[in-house]
Every structure is written in C-alpha cells, then in structure tokens.
Write a new protein. Structure first.
Length: 285
C-alpha cells in the first residue's frame, strides 16, 4: 500500500511533521511518577536508529522513505519535546512508521519579541498582548485562544455535571451521591461553589507539571484539561464530607483495603456496593 500525502484527520494535503507538547509533557510526567515504566537505554538507542524523523519539524519531502518495519509499532522514538501534534495524528504517525504528517500550513517565522501560543501555534504572545498561563500545566495561551474559552479562572468553569471519572468511576458511589443531591435539592454547581470556598479556606494543594505542590485559588487560570481532575477531586471531597448522611446500609460497609485507589470498584458492581471506597488505602497495603 502506498503512503498517502493526506492528513488522516482532515484529508488535506500536508507538508510537515511536528510533535505535540501536551502529549509529550504528559508522557514525561507519567514516566517521572512511574520510573519503572521508562524504557531502557538500549531501547531508546534502537528507536533512535529506526527513527526517520530527525528534527522537531520536518517538511514532507525531507522525510526518508524506506520499507515499513516488520516489527510492531513503537511509541515515540524521541524523548518528550515541545512541538505540536494531536493525539490522533501522533498515533497515526507511530503506527505508520513516520509517514503521517500535519495539515499544510504557512511556514511561520518568529517575530522579534514574540512567543508561540501553545494552543494555536501562532506567535501572538507579546509584551503588549501577554499570555494567559495555566497554573498547573504551565502552557501559554494567546489572548485569542483564552477568549475562546480554552482557559479561564477556576471559578469561571462551568462545573454543571458530574464527570464520568468522578468517584474513581464507582457507579454505586455515584448513585449514592446523585440520590442525596436529588433528595436535598442540591444542584451540582452548588457542590462546586461550596468546595471552592472550602479549598481556599483549607489551602488544598495540587501537583503542577513540575510535580510541585500548588495551592489553588478560585482566581487562578486553569485550562480545560487541568480542570477535569481538579473538579473530580472536589466532588470526591464533597462526597467524603457527607458520609454521615448516607443511608445506614452504606455507612455500615467495611472499608475496602485499597480505599479510593481500588481498581476493582470501577468494574465490579458487587465489590463497589459491598465495600466503602470513600476512604484512604490501608497503610499496610
């Protein structure tokens, strides 16, 4: 099968390959927290040898051609970098042996005194038009992208629904919470407002991209990606605070040994129902 010169996402003609700062930073944070998952030095060297993309940005015509590898697709050959590519394009690139490329776009030269927006890739950040920076991931957004709603102050986020990942995907605990809210006529948005006030009073901390503890405030700028885990944490804290208001059968359950870190609670309804998971993991586990 021939290698297509069209983008796998939009089907437009393409001219260059670039890397994704979001995916790369997430990979690096994950590997920092889970060093046992990092590849060996020999594996990195082997991937570097097989890698056809020799720079952060490569025009289509300069990508070396060759036979497709018979080995299974490997993850990104390079260490995390700071270029731009969507997750879908990134996956297509690695599975196609480096043949997928980004949509055609005008070559951008960096104007003097400007910085690149990490949302749109344009050099719109200047002293006269400063960046909006996410407090947690530290990505820089130009004013146009910030105005579009991709990043806003913590209190300005909608928070009108309970995310799928809330309560560690425990459907039984989710039902207990939604039944309580319905009985008490409490809107989900009210949880957000209450927990924001509690967060500022007690100075809860969250990890930023550098693995540093950050005390969040309601006026801090948070991008949509970083907001989701913060919002799920606020929901957990609210559910934890109303434990004494749960039905008797729910209150009398034994704590799961692994508490909120339990992986079984997400896919085993009986385990989720029979054991309480609104608790911390036992120290001996």
């Amino acid at each position: 099968m021939g290698v297509s010169t069209q983008c796998p996402a939009c089907r437009k003609e393409v001219e260059q390959v670039k890397k994704n700062p979001t995916i790369n930073s997430l990979i690096e944070v994950y590997l920092t927290n889970n060093p046992e998952k990092r590849r060996t030095k020999e594996e990195y060297e082997e991937m570097d040898q097989n890698n056809k993309i020799s720079s952060d940005v490569m025009p289509v015509g300069k990508i070396p051609k060759g036979k497709k590898s018979r080995t299974r697709a490997q993850p990104v050959p390079q260490r995390p970098s700071s270029r731009s590519m969507t997750a879908t394009q990134w996956r297509d690139l690695t599975s196609a042996g480096g043949s997928a490329v980004l949509p055609q776009q005008e070559e951008r030269k960096r104007p003097r005194g400007s910085e690149q927006c990490e949302a749109c890739d344009n050099y719109k950040i200047t002293a006269a038009s400063p960046a909006t920076v996410c407090t947690l991931c530290r990505r820089k957004w130009c004013q146009d992208c910030a105005a579009a709603g991709g990043i806003k102050t913590l209190s300005a986020h909608k928070a009108a629904d309970i995310p799928d990942d809330a309560l560690n995907r425990n459907e039984y605990e989710r039902k207990l919470l939604t039944d309580y809210l319905k009985a008490k006529k409490v809107r989900v948005r009210e949880i957000f407002i209450k927990e924001l006030a509690e967060m500022e009073n007690t100075k809860w901390t969250y990890k930023n991209v550098g693995d540093e503890d950050v005390v969040l405030k309601k006026d801090d700028n948070i991008c949509a990606e970083c907001f989701e885990p913060v919002w799920t944490d606020l929901i957990y804290r609210y559910r934890e605070a109303i434990q004494s208001s749960m039905p008797e059968a729910a209150r009398k359950r034994q704590n799961c040994w692994y508490g909120k870190e339990c992986t079984t609670q997400a896919h085993n309804p009986n385990h989720a129902k029979n054991y309480n998971h609104i608790c911390n993991k036992r120290p001996d586990k």
